[in-house]
Design a protein around this ligand. Sequence first.
Ligand SMILES: [Zn+2]
Length: 119
Amino acid sequence: MAERSSRTTRRASGGSATCKGCGVSVRWMDGAKHRGLPPTWKKTKTGTYCLLCRREQAGEKAVIKAGDELNREDRAKLRSEAIIEFEVRRDPTRADGEIAKAVRSSVAAVGRARKKIEA
Ligand SMILES: [Zn+2]
């Protein structure tokens, strides 16, 4: 049996993915802390998405669910609430202040979202 060329197996460790939403790419090495996609990315039925796009989708979903009745202000509010809830659910162990900073919201808003989820 002939040995396989090492050239074809050299890229076996690690991997990469491209977000279907915004086209950003990520690369990683296997064998470190985790394997596969970074924890903030997610593979869904429709494709692989980065954190920013997943946030965007969470907001979009809430707005669509609410329907066309909402005015622009309510829609923006709903979207931001949904994004905060998404972040709280994604990692509930993070402090409110940390989540608020990540999604550019207020600590109070994160606290409200957390109460709503835990209720
Ligand atoms: Zn993206």
